[in-house]
Design a protein around this ligand. Structure first.
Ligand SMILES: [Zn+2]
Length: 74
C-alpha cells in the first residue's frame, strides 16, 4: 500500500485541529513517527500524547507506525 490518500478537505481538518487539544497533522505525525516508534521500543511506557491521539484517530498513520514497528522489531 503506497497510496496514503492524504488529500483530506483542509477545512474539515482545520476544524478538527482547533477542537482537539494536542492533535497533529499527518505531516507532523510522519515527521515524528520514527522517533516515536524508537522511543516506544526503548521504553514501552513512553508517552507522547499528540502522537497517540493522532494514531488512534488516523488509520493511515497507525498502519505506518505498525509497519515501522514490525521493521524495527524483526
Ligand atoms: Zn495521520
Amino acid at each position: 500500500m503506497t497510496d496514503r490518500n492524504r488529500r483530506l478537505p483542509a477545512a474539515a481538518l482545520d476544524g478538527l485541529l482547533l477542537d482537539t487539544n494536542p492533535y497533529l497533522s499527518c505531516d507532523d505525525c510522519f515527521d515524528q513517527l520514527d522517533t516515536y516508534v524508537e522511543q516506544l521500543l526503548a521504553d514501552p511506557s513512553h508517552v507522547d500524547l499528540p502522537m497517540q491521539v493522532h494514531l488512534k484517530a488516523c488509520g493511515a498513520c497507525a498502519e505506518e507506525a505498525e509497519a515501522l514497528m514490525d521493521l524495527l522489531t524483526s
